[in-house]
Ligand binder design. Structure first.
Ligand code: SAH
Length: 269
């Protein structure tokens, strides 16, 4: 059996229990060496063969899997974060399906979740944003029409921008062109959950300067939106004036949301 396993965002103890158990049992691990924390490989048994896919083509990865499969090996294809986000797993799964080879996917903690934890933020705040846009700048991989940064910026939803730390100047321009105010809060999260993790808070207008100042050019997420600001409405779910399936409202309480104000987070965390 072949398992596509999400390695988590970096910290070796942020893999799932299921993912760790599979690493312990694997006869072959093919891991994405550019981003997966090599510490995770310590979970492998001594006899396990370990290959770094950073040096391999899709064809070579498939060949290695197929050869191991013929010897009844347990194979783990270890992808950073969650494999469904920029993981290039679809093309592998389609070839394996075509060749009649069995596989399963084990989800992982994506780096966008670790980035929210690093800035201690909630992406979906009542009255601020109820949507999270996961996207990237166009680089050598093209981005389809109507899915450019400026198109999404117009929504003023929470944005998590992957694979773009080397393109921050153009990103900043696109965000402004799409309609974000320069004063909209933003953050650069470098290596979320790794020992080297760093958070740089800024605004849309200072994104490029902040990245340049701290020499961030890769392994970072760019977070943009008013979810990083200070005001939002408290949740209805825990409001004393709100009835739901598990709780009756207190009749003395007004029903509607109250605006909450958090501390300014421009400095530090
Ligand atoms: N499947 C992965 C994403 C792979 S794409 C996931 O779910 O997280 C690689 C990009 O993800 C990097 O260029 C960077 O933008 C982001 N990334 C991956 N790990 C990261 C981390 N620990 N901290 C910040 N960004 C990270």
């Amino acid at each position: 059996m072949i398992y596509f396993v999400g390695a988590g965002p970096g910290a070796a103890d942020l893999i799932t229990v299921r993912g760790k158990t599979l690493l312990e049992q694997a006869d072959l691990i093919i891991y994405a060496g550019s981003l997966v924390n090599p510490e995770l490989l310590h979970y492998a048994k001594k006899t396990c063969t370990i290959m770094d896919s950073a040096h391999m083509t899709l064809e070579e990865v498939i060949q290695a899997m197929e050869e191991a499969q013929q010897q009844d090996c347990l194979i783990v294809r270890l992808h950073t974060g969650d494999p469904s986000i920029y993981g290039a797993i679809r093309e592998q799964m389609d070839i394996l399906s075509r060749d009649g080879m069995a596989y399963e996917v084990v989800p992982g903690v994506s780096s966008f979740c670790a980035a929210a934890a690093a800035v201690k933020a909630e992406y979906t705040l009542p009255a601020v944003s109820q949507s999270v846009i996961i996207t990237r700048m166009e680089g050598r991989t093209p981005v389809p029409d109507k899915q450019k940064i400026a198109d999404y910026a117009a929504h003023h939803a929470t944005m998590v921008i992957f694979l773009s730390a080397g393109l921050v100047e153009a990103l900043q321009e696109e965000l402004l062109r799409g309609g974000y105010e320069g004063t909209t809060p933003a953050a650069i999260v470098y290596k979320a959950s790794w020992p080297q993790e760093q958070v740089f808070r800024c605004t849309v207008a200072t994104l490029a300067a902040t990245a340049a100042q701290h020499q961030v050019t890769k392994t970072a997420l760019l977070l943009v939106g008013d979810f990083l600001g200070t005001s939002y409405d408290r949740s209805l779910l825990y409001h004393p004036g709100f009835t739901h399936g598990y709780r009756q409202a207190d009749p003395g309480q007004k029903k509607y949301n109250d605006t909450m104000h958090g501390p300014h987070k421009e400095e530090g965390r």
